[in-house]
Design a protein around this ligand. Structure first.
Ligand code: NAD
Length: 395
């Protein structure tokens, strides 16, 4: 795998963390693709002034800057051997559409994190642009918890996962790509056998909508003072744990059913939520005895609050938060659509989709079927012409 130029897409928290980390482990060229709004101009101006971006990790500092920043894909993507998309899932498709015409035939492009169904959108767009040779990959989660402190100047990396799963298509490139990515991201990466595992093992689609549902169902109009805003992970109660476990069990039931229908597909990496938390946060969970304690005593989750928005002197639950607008249409709904293809019932997930759809002003589900008018904006396989389970398990 010959990688001389890497292009990073987007100017969010994750891209800020990635630039100095990669710079410290990669001597080739790093480009930054910022098509969104005025970001390219803004970033370029600030980095020219400050010279480099600093990431703080624990007591350590790492520095870096992109070699080239651009608003147009032609300027920063056409020479790239590897394109990384550390973006919210709702930006994947529009970003891919801009990049696809300029991709080198032998390029590799991946989403970090992939969320669910990334391959359906990516492979369709690449095919439409006659770039079928381009390879794709996805990571199960973002490796870091990170927040921009000053745009283009400083980012804090608050936590790092012990290991992150990754799948690629074609599957044969997985190991070589992992060798390269582990080095430049300074990360342990676990190979996953297929992209379907990424979708079924996307834990964000359980944790984020599940906890939001548990915290705010029936309390939609609750108001908080700054000091009473609930903690998100440390606020997980016994009742919320039951919901999260039921969601995780439904996904494990779906996984089992897919394996019965297709004995060749390897889904052994799809874990229960509790097993995943222990696997990913081995060293930061003080009490691993229950699912609830895995949330409440995880130091990587310490002090993070539920998403709220300020209104006058109060704070209200923020129903436009990423935890809902990303993890439902690019997560839970993809699971539900696969469950429909496999004829598996998911009553707990259905109820959560139904409630959250109302919160975010969308119509996805009627009864227990995904037929709402806004389903066209989600990443279900049916939207990409795949209507049989056999069509999605090959990736
Ligand atoms: P972010 O909100 O900081 O990213 C925003 C950036 O994405 C923008 O600056 C822009 O460059 C790009 N963007 C947003 N909307 C766009 C659009 N419509 N078109 C094109 N570009 C657009 O997000 P983040 O915190 O960097 O997170 C990236 C991904 O990682 C998300 O999937 C997020 O859920 C996940 N994640 C983040 C964290 C974290 O600690 N930041 C932790 C776990 C997972």
């Amino acid at each position: 795998m010959n990688i001389d130029t890497i292009t990073i897409c987007g100017g969010g928290n994750a891209s800020h963390a990635m630039i100095p980390i990669i710079r410290n482990h990669f001597s080739g060229k790093i480009n930054l693709f910022l098509p969104f709004g005025d970001e390219a101009h803004h970033f370029q101006k600030l980095i020219n002034d400050k010279k480099f971006l600093t990431a703080t990790i624990g007591g350590k500092k790492v520095y870096g800057r992109p070699d080239k920043v651009g608003k147009l894909a032609k300027a920063v993507c056409k020479e790239a051997d590897l394109i990384l998309m550390p973006l919210p899932a709702f930006a994947h498709e529009q970003t891919l559409l801009q990049i696809a015409p300029f991709l080198k035939e032998e390029a590799t492009i991946g989403a970090i994190p992939a969320r669910s169904g990334f391959e359906y959108a990516a492979l369709k767009i690449l095919k439409e642009h006659k770039k079928e040779k381009v390879k794709i990959f996805g990571m199960q989660t973002l490796p870091w918890t990170c927040r921009i402190k000053e745009y283009a100047i400083r980012v804090d990396i608050l936590g790092k996962k012990g290991s992150v799963g990754m799948a690629a298509f074609p599957h044969e490139i997985t190991f070589e790509l992992i060798t390269f990515l582990s080095r430049i991201l300074d990360l342990k990466i676990e190979p996953l056998p297929n992209m379907l595992t990424l979708t079924l093992a996307n834990v964000g689609q359980i944790i984020h909508p599940g906890i939001m549902y548990g915290l705010f169902k029936g309390k939609e109009h609750i108001t908080y003072q700054k000091e009473t805003i609930p903690l998100f992970y440390q606020g997980v109660t016994e009742e919320i744990t039951k919901t999260l476990k039921a969601m995780s069990d439904e996904i494990l039931g779906l996984t089992k059913r897919i394996k019965i229908l297709n004995s060749d597909v390897n889904l052994e990496h799809v874990m229960s939520l509790k097993d995943w938390l222990i696997y990913s946060y081995e060293d930061s969970i003080a009490d691993k005895s229950t699912l609830q304690s895995c949330f409440n005593t995880n130091s990587a989750y310490q002090g993070l609050h539920a998403p709220v928005k300020k209104e006058n002197d109060f704070y209200l639950p923020d129903f436009q938060a990423r935890y809902l607008t990303e993890d439902v249409p690019f997560g839970l709904i993809v699971i539900k659509s696969i469950a429909q293809l496999a004829e598996v019932k998911t009553p707990v997930i259905d109820g959560i989709i139904s409630t959250i759809s109302q919160w975010i002003g969308k119509e996805y589900i009627k009864g227990d079927i995904l037929v709402g008018k806004d389903i066209r904006d989600t990443r279900i396989p049916q939207n990409y012409g795949m209507t049989h389970l056999e069509e999605i398990i090959v990736y």
